[in-house]
Design a protein around this ligand. Sequence first.
Ligand SMILES: [Zn+2]
Length: 393
Amino acid sequence: MQGAILQVKRFGFLLVLLLAGCTTVTEGTPTRLPLATLPRLITSTPTPEMVRGDALPTFTPVPLPQQTLPPTPTPIPQGKLYSPDEIQSRWVKNAGPATPVGFRPPPMPVPLSLHPDDHYWLARPLPSGSRNYYLEWYPFGTDVLMPELAPYRIHHGLDFPNEPGTPVLAASSGTVIHAGPLPSPRNGVNYYGNTVIIKHDWQWLGQDVYTLYAHTLELFVDVGDYVVQGQLLAGVGSSGEVSGPHLHLEVRVGNNTYGDTRNPALWLAPFEGHGTLAGRFVDRRGRMIPGASVEVRPVDVETAVRLQRTYDLSVRFDDVWRENFVVPDLPAGKYILLVGIGEAMYRRDIEILPGRTNFVVISTEFEFEPTPTPEPTMTPTETETPAPSPELP
Ligand SMILES: [Zn+2]
């Protein structure tokens, strides 16, 4: 176990910052901040190549639309909101893009299952000339990756910022079962905006599969229409509760509800020459560890190509992979994977094979769940003198 996992002790201040919650990020050019506070920043000055240069409309993630409440909704405390410029300067530039400028490889044809557990059956819902790769800093299963922006709802889909009017295409064939505003049954708010939902004409593991396309500008289909893969459904827009034009894509398995969403990254076929990294980060008893940092960097390169976190426990993992992180669209090749929680960092050398899921399981050597405070064994009475608290180590 020790040989397979390199555990790197990190500095104690990491835990302090974790406990501190919202910390103030000073202006200027930070060199490196702990992962618990910010996604790891690159140490070099960003070059033009590191800053996404293709069209990225003004966009900040918005609280995720919610059709039906998750089983145990978490109260969302108030967090400071930053302007899109601040987001750009604080995270996007610092982290660098996941994909280089001019990223235009075609997606592989679907359905694609080079690994028996793969089900890359969905085509990209946007044409190759558009931004048909997802927004890295608000991935499925987590909050936004900038703590100063958080908290937002845990993301149940993937976002694709694009210019208004960019074609939104059916990811696969099926019947349109919803076309129009989608007000929340809970409070009537039209978070999703103009939305198309397709019930596909195939099943997976005996379950129906749905795709949902939100925030569109105009609709070109009606309820009851049969559509084929690649058919024009709508144009990208900013309807609903958004701060900028983008497509919000959901994949729903089993039932057409918010609580049945899965990570679309395990359904959208990779780009040519690219593969998917997925994994499960668990404690030694096999329990999923949420909120751990996940960093992917090519061998011999210090700059991470991808930074994210493991899923919140409230989202659904894939029925066969049972993952709690997915890093899609990685160019095939060798990488270093660093997964960190608390003061521990686990490293794996991995290879990404194209066109398939490359899966890794990392198990920590410690129990993740904190020991609950024990119940009092007796009720103090007024006559008792409280014993002095023992000094904590
Ligand atoms: Zn979204």
